[in-house]
Each structure stands twice: as C-alpha cells, then as structure tokens.
Design a protein around this ligand. Structure first.
Ligand SMILES: [Mn+2]
Length: 259
C-alpha cells in the first residue's frame, strides 16, 4: 500500500477520540447531500478516532454483496476502505435495511462484523451496542418479519435470486412498510422498555448505544444509560439532521451534530 506508514503514524497521533458510533445514515443515490455529508465525515472526523462503529442502516437498503460493483456503492465502499487503511479500526452491526451486507462487503472495507448485541470495554467504559430494531417488540408484525429475514436459510434462498429481482422485491417491501408505518402508533415504533431492561440486566454496568428509532436522546433507564443515535438527512431542508456519538479518552460520551 503506497501511503501506509506515514499516514498511519499521522492518524495515530491525531486519534483524540477512542471511538465514534454512527447509524441510520440511510445512504442512497437519491440523497446526494446526505451522501456528501457522510463522505465528508469519513474524510474528516472519522480519521480522528481509534475505532469507528457503524451500527446499521448505513444504506437505505442492501440487496446483496454482488451489488458491491454498483457505481454509487463503490464510492461509499472506497471511502470506508480508505478510513480503515489509514489505521482506524472499523466495526459493523447490521441494521434492518442492510442486514444482507455480508463477509465480502466487510472484507472489502476492512471491517469486523459484530453480533447484535455486542458488549465491549474501552478504557474501563463498558458498552453494549445494538442496531435497536430487536428492542421494538411492541411492533409484533415487524418482529415476525425480522425473524423470517434474519433466518440464514431465508437469506440463502433470497440471495439465489437475480440481483434485479431482489431489488424489485425490496422496493415493494419498502413501499409496503412505508404505508404500514403511517398507520402505526408512534410508541409502537419505539423500543419497548421491558425489552431494554431485560437486555441490559444481562450486561451489568454497561451503557447501551443503539440507533434505529431516529429519536436521538440520552435516557436514564432503570438499569443503564441508553444513548440513541440520530438518523441522517441533509437533503430535506425542513429538518436537516445527522451526527455521531464520540467516546472521549476520559470515558465521556458526547453527541456531535453535523447538520
Ligand atoms: Mn433501522
């Protein structure tokens, strides 16, 4: 690799954050400003951390790793690859829109795929990471759908279909899910607090970080603090939003707003 030693040394010296956490960027060619905002984040802030955790729904949808060659996907993939080649450790947790991201994608960008949930300890800070959709147990229809599509046999059969057919099926599912969401009460689409409590009780002393609900906040729950990551949208001027959570060397977690 032509640029490694010098850049890596430079990157290490600049790593003033232990870790950054980002989710729900919902990258799509239809959202050019959001895309540019994320690429700018990868060029800039993402170089100033030792570790970057992407907690799902990076893409609006992912039809399979055989779509890696798509021109738009290549732009994102190359930008991520550059970050890991410059010495930042990348980690990936699947979201409900891009759970078909596989080992080829992760190998290409140099990321380690993590289970949902995953616990870790950084400088004595114990964290529990999740996309968050598994905690939305009030949405029974979605939970049934999730169980189906997360089944490896279902995925294997789905990935056997031609890419164009998969894209058409996903497009249909997205339209249906959009219509269903209009009819669901707001609280159904948030996490269920019993599910949160059951989860965090198994990981005493952990701070939970998740995305998915698009309800950026810090909650003091009964058994743990819960940080909810923001979603990104730089294309619709009504409510521009996007950003990440940073873990500082002193163990503090701070949201950084990029919108
Ligand atoms: Mn999601």
């Amino acid at each position: 690799m032509p640029h490694s030693t010098e850049n890596t040394a430079k990157q290490k010296a600049q790593a003033n954050k232990l870790a950054l956490f980002v989710s729900d960027v919902h990258l799509s060619p239809a959202l050019p400003k959001t895309t540019e905002g994320f690429l700018s984040f990868l060029r800039d802030q993402a170089r100033e951390t030792e570790r970057l955790y992407i907690l799902g729904d990076l893409f609006e949808y992912w039809a399979g790793d055989d779509d890696l060659d798509d021109a738009y996907n290549q732009i994102v993939v190359q930008a991520l690859k550059q970050v890991s080649e410059d010495g930042v450790k990348l980690f990936w947790i699947a979201g409900n829109r891009d759970f078909l991201i596989g080992s080829k994608f992760c190998e290409t960008i140099g990321a380690a795929a993590l289970n949902d949930p995953s616990s870790l300890e950084l400088n004595g800070k114990r964290l529990l990471l999740s996309h968050g959709d598994a905690l939305c147990t009030d949405d029974t229809g979605y939970m049934q759908f999730r169980q189906m599509v997360r089944n490896p046999i279902w995925q294997e059969q789905f990935l056997e279909k031609p890419l164009s057919e998969r894209k058409a099926i996903i497009e249909g599912m997205r339209k249906m899910s959009h219509q269903e969401q209009q009819n669901k009460r707001m609280e159904i689409m948030d996490v269920n607090l019993n599910a949160v409590n059951d989860l965090v009780k198994a990981y005493p002393g952990c701070t939970l970080i998740h995305g998915h609900t698009h309800r950026n906040a810090i909650h003091d729950e009964e058994f743990a603090q819960r940080y909810v990551l923001p979603d990104w949208d730089f294309d619709h001027s009504v409510h521009t939003r996007g950003g990440y959570l940073a873990l500082e060397h002193d163990g503090q977690l701070r949201f950084v707003n990029l919108a």
